[in-house]
Design a protein around this ligand. Structure first.
Ligand SMILES: [Zn+2]
Length: 210
């Protein structure tokens, strides 16, 4: 069995207070997020699982995928879900200069506006990595949304049942929970997502936009 940290340590959250790590603890809500789509391998499955339970989520989309799979992106929107910017090519901000990074975010935003009429609102940096300067500039137009609980769905070494049990254990009121509607996590989601969503409902959590 391998070790995986399913919760972002609070010391990290405290180091970067300008980012959103979780929402208020006062109401019994969980904030589901799905990154990197839309792609045919995962997004329709996720939409179906959410839709049959009437749950809402936030999808942080890669602009290039929106361009390639526009009808899927429209299905996400039609399902009543929230959509945020996740750069055009899934770029790690800490590895490239600020101007190029901002261009990536702009290209994604242009696509979201062009295909879905989505105005700037939420941004999630791929890998959770960006430079302070990049964050400062982006915060003029976007709320920067991180996460508190990681499902680990992208990690092939994790057993989905164990990973979902741990994800449930760390989920609390206000949690922002990270999943991926991408190809790599497709098999994990098919094994574990419905159990997690059942847990959310059994515990009396509601879901909401960030
Ligand atoms: Zn990502």
């Amino acid at each position: 069995m391998s070790f995986f940290l399913h919760k972002v340590p609070s010391v990290i959250q405290c180091l970067y207070p300008a980012y959103i790590w979780h929402k208020p603890r006062t109401s019994r809500k969980v904030y589901l997020t799905f990154d990197d789509g839309p792609v045919p391998e995962s997004t329709p499955f996720v939409l179906n699982e959410l839709g049959k339970r009437g749950l809402k989520a936030s999808f942080f989309m890669v602009g290039d995928n929106v361009r390639k799979n526009t009808s899927l992106a429209k299905e996400v929107l039609a399902g009543g879900h929230q959509i945020g910017n996740h750069t055009f090519h899934h770029i790690k901000g800490s590895s490239i200069d600020t101007k190029k990074y901002l261009d990536e975010v702009k290209a994604c935003q242009f696509t979201l506006e062009d295909c879905l009429s989505i105005s700037p609102g939420l941004f999630r940096p791929p890998y959770g990595r960006l430079k302070k300067k990049q964050a400062t500039l982006l915060q003029k137009d976007f709320k920067i949304v991180m996460w508190e609980v990681l499902s680990g769905d992208f990690s092939p070494r994790l057993d989905p049942d164990t990973a979902i049990r741990n994800t449930c254990k760390y989920t609390q009121a206000g949690s922002i929970v990270l999943f991926h509607d991408q190809e790599k996590s497709a098999s994990f989601l098919r094994k574990g997502l419905s159990d997690y969503l059942d847990f959310i409902q059994d515990e009396g959590f509601q879901t909401a936009w960030i």
